[in-house]
Design a protein around this ligand. Structure first.
Ligand code: FAD
Ligand code: DLZ
Ligand code: SF4
Length: 514
């Protein structure tokens, strides 16, 4: 058989309105989807992430077939599977002899570099189409960024609000302010009602994938079961609807809170669905706005939610493509320690880290403040090499794709880009974690003690971080206050902090339990 065009669909392109599918004909063209070991192992992905992507891919192939497409689907355990995108495309070309390959651009630079070699490798034209599942095109971001001295999400976000009309009353932002973040910092308490996200029992397709993953990826990080992610568009939509109904009204208030045994709090847990294409970002924002307009959810919650999606999500995507490929190498603070083994095991006496990592192992999920102010903050303060931190975040979360993970990790969390993405490092002592969580009351360390063996390690590490990065950070206006405190501190006190930090870092280096 000779297919007209071969439409190649990647594992995070599970959208019916994908640009490559819009270009194709159901009658004449053929869709190809492949499960390949190259993608399942380029970092040691969490078992749940592999299972989620493969099951969602298999369900999407069925959805396409039901919609009248001819889909050729290669499974990971197919004996002829070559293990790579390029190898599978070559095999499909030999069998189907398509005239051209049509593909939507990928989310990751790594895959884009491969794609650019396909025309030569396959001996036929390859049309690489824009991925227009984002509100802002890559070129729009580049145009916005080009003449600015500083890139700041807040200004970009306002442009997107105006472009989409989301939460706008005419030309003014709803409620008279663009940003209600200042209202969103309540610490939660364990006795609050916490709505759990919808869990989806595995169907036969997912059960088959779970068997495959448990067979092939036993050594990978994390627990495979119980597996409750949605893997179909309908279930992802139902999960989002439940969030709007039960959690969105309190999303803003408790956005930064952390509670033991409550991994999800009032978060939506939809990032993975958005990132693979099971949910459409702009549609979920319109639904959230409808909840505000109908009086179901307050403005601080809805604005906070919408800002994460049309603000941060769009901004980091624009920045990734604007700054890659050099961005991944940046290490402005010259951090060079290895990632401690407890990031993979969760075995540490620091309760906050044990909770965030333990939950990551179980759920392949941690919410933003856990990623930023616990595991990210620790790596920043301890001076872990940003590329090690990047590989960890890219591996362990179900929603991790490099275009979104890298700017968040390397830029926002590790400040390794020197302030391209954000204006200051997210560095904090134990006091912040104590204020926003109930972790410290169950910790072997004492958050109130500043130095010594029992003191919360974040306390001394915080001052050590500021001191060792003085030449790079002291001129940052947003750090003027802590640097002035450091400058005025008695020399003996400073020494005690630096010694405490040095002792802790030495224990970390030797692999002693901390
Ligand atoms: P909610 O809190 O309910 O927020 C709603 C949605 O907003 C999310 O689903 C997500 O799509 C979007 N969003 C929120 N914050 C961000 C952000 N900073 N950047 C981009 N989108 C955002 N997000 C990923 O999707 N993939 C990643 O690999 C990823 N890695 C991260 C690494 C670090 C170090 C940090 C600090 C953040 C990272 N984030 C990542 C952003 C954020 O933490 C997750 O999107 C969020 O925790 C997902 O949970 P949720 O769906 O419950 O989000
Ligand atoms: C993450 C992932 C995994 C684990 N496996 C596959 C796969 O077998 N086949 C596939 O097409 N995509 C997979 N993906 C998602 C890709 O890694 C993702 O599409 C690229 O990184 C481009 O963003
Ligand atoms: Fe984390 Fe320090 Fe609190 Fe322990 S005392 S939970 S290490 S912040």
């Amino acid at each position: 058989m000779s297919a007209n065009n071969l439409v190649f669909v990647l594992g995070d392109q599970l959208s019916l309105n994908l640009s490559s599918l819009r270009r194709a004909s159901r009658d004449r063209d053929q869709v190809l989807m492949v499960e390949v070991s190259e993608e399942t192992t380029y970092v040691p992905h969490h078992k749940k992430k592999i299972a989620f992507v493969l099951s969602a891919m298999r369900h999407f192939a069925e959805e396409l077939r039901r919609a009248g497409w001819q889909v050729s689907y290669v499974r990971l355990d197919d004996p002829d599977n070559t293990g790579s995108f390029t190898g599978e495309l070559k095999r499909a070309c030999a069998e189907l002899r398509p005239r051209r390959i049509v593909v939507t651009e990928p989310g990751e630079w790594r895959v884009r570099a491969m794609m650019d070699g396909w025309a030569a490798a396959l001996g036929r034209p390859v049309d690489i189409l824009e991925d227009d599942r984002f509100v802002m095109r890559r070129q729009e971001f580049a145009d916005w960024a080009r003449d600015r001295k500083q890139l700041r999400m807040e200004y970009f976000y306002r442009e997107v609000r105006k472009k989409t009309g989301l939460l706008m009353d005419g030309s003014e932002p709803a409620g008279g302010r663009w940003n209600f973040d200042a209202d969103n910092r309540k610490p939660a308490t364990g006795d609050l009602f916490m709505p759990r996200p919808r869990s989806h029992a595995p169907d036969a397709v997912t059960a088959g994938v779970l068997d495959l993953v448990s067979d092939r990826f036993a050594g990978h990080f994390g627990s495979l079961e119980p597996f409750g992610f949605a893997v179909t568009r309908a279930d992802a939509q139902a999960a989002f609807d439940r969030f709007v109904e039960a959690a969105l009204p309190s999303f803003g208030d408790y956005q930064d809170a952390m509670v033991r045994g409550e991994p999800f709090l009032y978060h939506s847990v939809v990032s993975a669905y958005l990132n693979v294409g099971l949910l459409d970002p702009i549609s979920v924002c319109w639904k959230a706005e409808a909840a505000y307009r109908s009086g179901h959810a307050p403005l601080n919650a809805v604005e906070g939610f919408v800002r994460q999606i049309i603000g941060w999500r769009e901004y980091v995507r624009g920045l990734y493509w604007y700054k890659m490929p050099d961005y991944v190498e940046l290490n402005v603070l010259q951090a060079d320690r290895s990632l401690p083994a407890f990031y993979w095991t969760g075995e540490t006496d620091m309760r906050c880290m044990a909770e965030a990592i333990g939950q990551t192992k179980e759920e392949a999920y941690a919410h933003h403040i856990q990623r930023l102010m616990v595991t990210g903050n620790f790596a920043l303060l301890a001076g872990i090499a940003p590329q090690h931190v990047h590989e960890w975040y890219l591996s362990v979360y179900v929603d991790a794709f490099e275009w979104v993970e890298l700017p968040n990790t390397l830029g926002m969390s590790q400040f390794a880009d020197g302030g391209i993405l954000g204006s200051k490092p997210y560095a904090a002592s134990g006091n912040y974690i104590n204020k926003m969580s109930d972790y410290c009351s169950a910790c072997a360390y004492d958050v109130k003690q500043k130095t010594g063996a029992r003191a919360c390690p974040f306390n001394a590490l915080y001052w050590d971080f500021l001191d060792r990065n003085r030449s790079r950070l002291a001129s940052n206006a947003r750090l003027a206050q802590p640097y002035s405190t450091w400058k005025r501190m008695a020399p003996e006190r400073k020494d005690a902090y630096l010694q405490s930090a040095a002792q802790f870092l030495e224990r970390l280096r030797t692999g002693e339990r901390v």
